[in-house]
Design a protein around this ligand. Structure first.
Ligand SMILES: NC(=O)c1ccc[n+]([C@@H]2O[C@H](COP(=O)([O-])OP(=O)(O)OC[C@H]3O[C@@H](n4cnc5c(N)ncnc54)[C@H](OP(=O)(O)O)[C@@H]3O)[C@@H](O)[C@H]2O)c1
Length: 275
């Protein structure tokens, strides 16, 4: 389990990935995303999760450049969008992401959704980029167990992560167990239930621990060894979301949170994006 914001998780290829980072979905390009990234850098965040589809890679790149942070200290994730899957289009999408991010490598490059007719071919492009050392690690998002099985059966490289919607109302036990058995780290998107934190148990535990509901939920994730990338544009929440290392939930409390699962999504399901 990570013990600080600086702590990392060792991926299956040996690369160290911060266990807590900032997600930037729905933060506008230009000053909104630049302000959020700069504020996060000032607080010590090292990991940033963007995507071609978020249309804010340029702002992320500018914020990093203007902050003067050494690129090697950072961990940048981006993703190829659905309409650019397939071998050649994926390489082109990657090259555009590099240009926007003002860097010559990406730490983690992900397939955004498992478009079933294309993802095996898309993955070959990711394997090429990895072999050419233009990315330090490659992975997927939103893959069900059957998608992962197909990928593992038809390719050389095992993904380092599967980034999925995951939180106490959607605990994803089946995918987590398959990933554990296959050395694939699990990364939660929507770790804060996309802000839908009004759950009585979160209130109760927040009062008990003198923390906030968001901190209770993030603590549950890290105690479960799940990588998290909570998104916020507010400096006080950027701080709140990393201030989770001075308390712990006991096993009873962890079980109570686990039992909230109702397979509830706050975002789309993989089948919403199939051809
Ligand atoms: N691979 C995929 O398909 C996929 C899909 C969706 C997201 N993602 C990634 O995962 C990241 C996180 O997921 P997400 O943005 O969907 O949801 P999230 O991080 O669970 O929730 C973000 C929401 O929670 C609010 N929030 C943040 N911190 C809070 C706090 N301390 N207290 C109360 N509310 C708080 C934010 O509002 P404010 O900004 O107003 O604070 C925002 O409305 C994304 O940004 C993106 O990088 C990936």
């Amino acid at each position: 389990m990570i013990k600080s914001l600086a702590d990392t998780v060792t991926l299956n290829n040996g690369v160290q990935m911060p266990g807590l980072g900032l997600g930037v979905f729905k933060i506008g390009d230009g000053s909104p995303v630049k302000n959020a990234v700069k504020a996060a850098l000032n607080l010590g965040y090292k990991s940033f999760d963007t995507a071609a589809m978020y249309r804010n890679e340029e702002g992320v790149g500018e914020a990093i450049k203007e902050s003067g942070t050494d690129r090697k200290e950072l961990f940048l994730t981006t993703k190829v969008w659905n309409d650019e899957q397939g071998y050649d289009k994926t390489i082109k999408s990657f090259e555009r992401s590099l240009k926007y991010l003002q860097t010559d490598y990406v730490d983690l490059f992900l397939i955004h959704w498992p478009i079933r007719t294309k993802f095996v071919e898309t993955w070959k492009a990711l394997e090429t980029l990895y072999e050419e050392k233009r990315v330090r690690a490659i992975g997927v998002c939103n893959f069900y167990v059957e998608d992962l099985k197909l990928l593992l059966d038809s390719s050389k490289i095992v993904p380092v992560v599967n980034q999925i919607e995951l939180h106490p109302l959607l605990t994803q036990l089946k995918i987590r167990e398959f990933c554990r058995q296959n050395g694939i780290a699990v990364e939660a998107w929507g770790p804060l239930l996309r802000g839908n934190l009004d759950v009585p148990l979160f209130n109760e535990l927040a009062e008990k621990h003198k923390n906030t509901k968001a901190q209770i939920v993030l603590r549950w994730h890290i105690q479960n060894e799940i990588i998290v990338i909570p998104k916020t544009v507010h400096p006080h929440r950027l701080r709140e979301n990393i201030d989770i290392f001075d308390f712990s939930l006991d096993s009873e409390e962890m079980k109570m949170i686990d039992s909230l699962n109702e397979n509830k999504r706050f975002g789309p399901a993989p089948e919403d994006f199939n051809d």
